[in-house]
Ligand binder design. Structure first.
Ligand code: ATP
Ligand code: MG
Length: 198
């Protein structure tokens, strides 16, 4: 039997506890051998709309955050590939690298509602099972089964935390502690990310 591998893609600008809770619970509920936090090189749906922190800084924050976490790791696959990061390319690459693995693509509810906008969505659908991380009592988006997705649902307490809000907090000097894992906060300080954090 091959490994069961979760691919959890994101911009992680910055990584926060909502991401880690999603990763840990997807791994636990689905019995995944590992969850790979896949740091987007150029998040094509976000680039242009705002300044995105350098990929190496975002990777350093994720690496710090997952250090010592069992079965959760950071990946630089999309950064090394360069260019815009399409999940279809990542899943194809992972399925070639891990031939007998079972792949799971983990997304939050907001992302699961936008899969139709993904580049070559069918490739992802044909190579992986979709894992929707959702709050209790909230149904998954309509139409996913009809579009042919294999779906698993993982329920976690709703954590109303987003990287967008965290960047705004940091910019006004408010603390990120306990919203962002402490080792990642240290990376933010050391590298002077999101300006005002002293
Ligand atoms: P931004 O505010 O810049 O969009 P974000 O906090 O949504 O950032 P992303 O890097 O865009 O973080 O998200 C990566 C993945 O994590 C997505 O699948 C998203 O749905 C999921 N996610 C983000 N925040 C949470 C949260 N609080 N709880 C569960 N999943 C989350
Ligand atoms: Mg988001």
């Amino acid at each position: 039997m091959g490994q069961r591998i979760g691919i959890f893609g994101g911009t992680f600008d910055p990584v926060h506890v909502g991401h880690l809770v999603a990763a840990v619970n997807a791994r636990y509920d689905l019995g995944l051998d590992r969850v790979v936090m896949m740091v987007a090189n150029v998040p094509w749906q976000k680039a242009g709309a705002r300044a995105v922190s350098p990929a190496e800084d975002r990777l350093a924050m994720v690496e710090a955050a997952v250090d010592g976490m069992a079965g959760v790791e950071a990946s630089r696959l999309e950064i090394d590939r360069g260019g815009p990061s399409y999940t279809a390319d990542t899943v194809s690459q992972m399925s070639a690298l891990y031939r007998d693995a079972e792949l799971y693509v983990i997304v939050g509810w907001d992302v699961s509602a936008e899969l139709r906008t993904w580049e070559r969505m069918e490739e992802v659908r044909d190579l992986a099972t979709l894992v929707v991380v959702n709050r209790p009592g909230n149904p998954p988006p309509d139409g996913l089964h009809e579009q042919g997705w294999r779906i698993e649902e993982v329920t976690v307490p709703n954590l109303e935390i987003s990287s967008t809000d965290l960047r705004a907090r940091a910019a006004t000097g408010r603390p990120l502690d306990y919203l962002v894992p402490a080792p990642a906060v240290r990376v933010i300080r050391e590298r002077g990310l999101y300006s005002v954090l002293g």
